[in-house]
Ligand binder design. Structure first.
Ligand code: KG4
Ligand code: ZN
Length: 365
């Protein structure tokens, strides 16, 4: 039996200020006592992306409020908390710093241990919080800012099998939606538009499928889409409803095909480790896409692995995942001190080759 832990988690690495209280049970299970998220979407709406400076200021204004709301919603006080977990990277540095500074102040004031958490570890450990997933499992993080395959071996032990070398799929969906005159966020808009479309009509590229391994690329897809759109506009004087739907369907199918084939390869590597309970979990906003989800589920079943997609509210950025990941780290005896640094880049797997580039939501890893 392990000791029960109650952790306050804080997240501020992108455009959501979040605080949560999570209890890690003696049996290894987790319970979310409160999860508060203050979204900054409105603040950035006019700018076509997250403005780091605006984000950092808004985090500074909202962190204490969110923490207070989380404590009160969970009906606990700081005296009931065993440790404070905070996202220490990767992400937009101003926001990460705001969170780390706030957490340090709170930890020092309340005399509580401080635990720095890798934001990606938060996402990657979510299947343990929601479903008690046993190590090792295979994880696909797929959102507006992330895209990578990870094998989770332990709370701080991850093997990265591959990731995007340019855009994340959510970013690609958002850009593609803009090109087609669809609203933001682009993913849900394209999915809805694609329902009436013919996904076979336009043969868009499936980048990097001709190369071995699990790395992916999505920026060329956007260029191909642009060319096809321009040709249609030139031919008909505008994008007709039918063409838009077919284009949306073809684009969605290309992304799903790439992710499915790369998942097949990642699963093969993972299954070769002979995991006792093979599990493939997917997290991130793009995992909401029904056709993608269906494709991944099929690939998973073919490989003999169970498939898991945590509830969407826990797939997108939140502080419950940070509290859980901090709690797992704390249980191993780890903690940080006032020297804890905010890191804009912080790859989960230090031995994997560095991932280049940063998107509108900060560094990719
Ligand atoms: O995880 P998330 O909420 O935020 C981060 O990116 O961190 O993911 C948001 C992304 C957006 O790019 C959005 O277009 C995409 O997830 N998305 C979708 C769908 N719902 C959200 N993409 C494809 N299909 C969807 N149904
Ligand atoms: Zn995230």
């Amino acid at each position: 039996m392990q000791e029960t832990l109650t952790i306050l988690g804080l997240e501020s690495s992108c455009d959501d200020t979040a605080a949560a209280i999570v209890r890690l049970g003696a049996d290894g299970g987790g319970e979310i006592l409160a999860s508060i998220i203050a979204s900054q979407t409105d603040l950035h709406a006019d700018f076509g992306g997250v403005v780091p400076e605006i984000a950092a200021r808004a985090h500074v204004e909202k962190l204490d409020l969110c923490a207070q709301q989380a404590l009160s919603a969970a009906a606990v006080s700081l005296r009931d908390i065993d440790a404070i977990a905070v996202t220490a990277g990767p992400g937009l540095i101003g926001g990460v710093m705001a969170g780390v500074m706030f957490a340090k102040g709170l930890a020092a004031g309340a005399g509580l241990p401080l635990i720095g958490v890798n934001h990606l570890a938060g996402h990657a450990l979510t299947p343990r919080l929601t479903d008690g997933a046993a190590y090792p499992y295979l994880m696909l993080l797929v959102s507006g800012g992330h895209c990578q395959f990870l094998i989770a071996n332990g709370p701080e032990n991850f093997t990265r099998l591959g990731g995007t070398i340019d855009d994340a799929p959510g970013e690609a969906f958002d850009k593609a939606a803009r090109l087609m005159g669809l609203p933001q966020p682009g993913g849900p808009a394209i999915e809805a538009c694609a329902r009436n479309g013919d996904a076979q009509r336009f043969r868009l590229p499936r980048p990097l499928l001709d190369r071995p391994g699990c790395d992916m690329s999505f920026s060329g897809l956007k260029t191909a889409l642009l060319r096809t759109r321009d040709a249609l506009v030139a031919e008909h004087g505008g994008l007709r409803q039918r063409d838009r739907a077919d284009l949306a369907g073809s684009f969605q199918a290309a992304i799903a095909d790439v992710l499915a084939e790369k998942s097949r390869r990642a699963l093969a590597q993972y299954i070769a480790m002979n995991p006792p309970n093979p599990l493939f979990a997917v997290a991130g906003g793009v995992a909401a896409n029904q056709s993608l989800r269906a494709a991944l589920e099929t690939v998973s079943a073919e490989a003999g692995a169970s498939f898991l997609a945590p509830p969407l509210a826990l797939c997108t950025d939140n502080a419950a995942m940070i509290a859980w990941a901090g709690g797992e780290r704390f249980r191993t005896g780890a903690s940080d001190n006032m020297g804890l640094a905010a890191r804009p880049r912080w790859p989960l797997d230090q031995s994997a080759p560095a991932m280049l580039g940063s998107g509108k939501k900060g560094a990719k890893a």
